[in-house]
Design a protein around this ligand. Structure first.
Ligand code: NAP
Length: 323
C-alpha cells in the first residue's frame, strides 16, 4: 500500500510517500481501508520531534481516519468486510491513518452512520473527543451555563460549539477571521467575537451582564490564560486544551472566584471514558446534532502542505487527506 512515512523528525518535508507492506490483523484487530484521514496539530508536533511521546522511526503519522473494514482478525465479531467505520486510534507505531490501509484494535473502531461522510468521519476522534472530554469530564458543564470557546473556528472549537449548544449552554465562540466567525455562528454559537480585536473580552463581559463565562475551553493558553482568569465567572472552570509557549499569570485572579484551571490530554482518558465519549458522539452523529466541518481536502501525497496549513491562522473546520 501507499503510506506517508516519517524517517527522521523534522519539518514538513520529512513526510514522504512510500510503498509499504499491507498490514494484516492479529487477534482482536481490524484493517480499515482508509477513505479519509484527519490532520491534527498534534501530528505536526510529533513529526517535528517536539512532543512528550514519540514513535520509533520510521512511522506512519495520523490517528483519525474513516473508511471501510477490509479484513477482520480472529475473535472480531462486531465488524465485517465493507462496514463503514471511523477510527479513534490506529496502532500508531506500526500503522497510522495517513495510509491506504490502517491497522486498528477493534475497540478503537466505531460504526460511521450513513449520514456522515468519510471526510466528516475522519474529523471526529481527536476534535470531538477532546471537546467532549473538556466540556463534560473536566468542566462538568451544565445546561444554562455560559461557555467561552476561545478559538472556535478549528477542529476542536467547532465540535465544542455543537456539543455545548446541544447541551443547552449559552455559547460564545471566537475566531480570527470573518469566514471563521461566520462558521462559528452557523454552527449555533449565540455570540461570536473576534480574538484579534483589542476589546473583545470587554464585549464578553457586557454580553454576560458582567457575570463572565462559567466554562472556558482554551485553544491557545500561552496567549490567553490571564485573560481567561479575568473573564471567568465565580466558580468557573478553565480547561487548557491548546498551548504553544509560556505565559505569566497572576493566580490571585482565581482565588476570589474559586475558579479552577484544568489541563487536558485526550490520551489520558481511561478506556471506559473513551467508550462513553464515543457512545455519546455516535448518537450525536447519527441524529445529525454533530456535523463535523471539512474545510479542506487534499490528496494523501500532499501531507506536507496539510501540515503547513494546519498551523496557519484562519482555521475553518478540519483539513483532511484523501488516499
Ligand atoms: P485548529 O483546527 O488548527 O484550530 C486552531 C484554533 O485556534 C482556531 O479556532 C484558531 O482561530 C484559534 N486561535 C488562533 N489564535 C487564537 C487566539 N489568539 N486566541 C484564541 N484562539 C486562537 O486546531 P484544533 O485541532 O482545533 O486544536 C486546537 C488546539 O488544541 C491546538 O493547539 C491543538 O494542538 C490542541 N489540542 C489539544 C488536545 C489535547 O488533548 N489537549 C487535543 C486536540 C487538540 P483562527 O484561526 O480563526 O484565528
Amino acid at each position: 500500500m501507499k503510506a506517508i512515512r516519517v524517517h527522521t523528525f523534522g519539518g514538513s518535508e520529512v513526510l514522504q510517500l512510500d510503498d509499504v507492506p499491507d498490514p494484516t490483523p492479529g487477534p482482536g484487530q481490524v484493517v480499515v481501508r482508509v477513505r479519509a484521514a484527519g490532520v491534527n496539530p498534534v501530528d505536526t508536533y510529533v513529526r517535528s520531534g517536539n512532543y512528550a511521546m514519540l514513535p520509533t522511526l520510521p512511522y506512519i503519522p495520523g490517528n483519525d481516519c474513516a473508511g471501510v473494514i477490509e479484513t477482520v482478525g480472529e475473535g472480531v465479531t462486531r465488524f465485517k468486510k465493507g462496514d463503514r467505520v471511523y477510527v479513534v486510534r490506529t496502532t500508531t507505531q506500526l500503522s497510522g491513518g495517513y495510509a491506504e490501509l490502517a491497522l486498528c484494535d477493534a475497540p478503537m473502531v466505531h460504526t460511521l452512520p450513513a449520514n456522515v461522510s468519510f471526510s466528516q468521519g475522519a474529523a471526529v476522534s481527536v476534535p470531538y473527543g477532546t471537546a467532549y472530554r473538556g466540556l463534560h469530564h473536566k468542566a462538568h458543564a451544565r445546561p444554562g451555563e455560559t461557555l467561552l470557546v476561545h478559538g472556535a473556528s478549528g477542529g476542536v472549537g467547532v465540535a465544542a460549539v455543537q456539543l455545548a449548544v446541544a447541551h443547552g449552554m449559552t455559547v460564545i465562540g471566537t475566531a480570527g477571521t470573518e469566514r471563521g466567525r461566520r462558521l462559528v455562528q452557523e454552527h449555533g454559537a449565540h455570540q461570536v467575537l473576534d480574538h484579534t480585536a483589542p476589546d473583545y473580552l470587554k464585549k464578553l463581559m457586557e454580553l454576560t451582564g458582567n457575570h463572565g463565562a462559567d466554562v472556558i475551553l482554551e485553544m491557545l493558553a500561552n496567549v490567553n490564560l490571564q485573560k481567561d482568569i479575568d473573564v471567568v465567572a465565580r466558580f468557573g472552570r478553565i480547561v487548557v486544551i491548546g498551548n504553544r509557549g509560556t505565559i505569566e499569570i497572576n493566580p490571585r485572579g482565581t482565588m476570589g472566584k474559586d475558579a479552577a484551571i484544568f489541563g487536558l490530554a485526550l490520551w489520558n482518558a481511561a478506556p471506559e471514558e473513551m467508550a462513553s465519549i464515543h457512545a455519546a458522539l455516535g448518537g450525536g452523529l447519527a441524529n445529525g446534532t454533530l456535523r463535523p466541518v471539512v474545510g479542506q481536502e487534499l490528496p494523501l501525497k500532499e501531507a506536507a502542505r496539510a501540515h503547513e496549513a494546519v498551523l496557519k491562522p484562519g482555521a475553518y473546520g478540519k483539513i483532511i487527506l484523501i488516499p
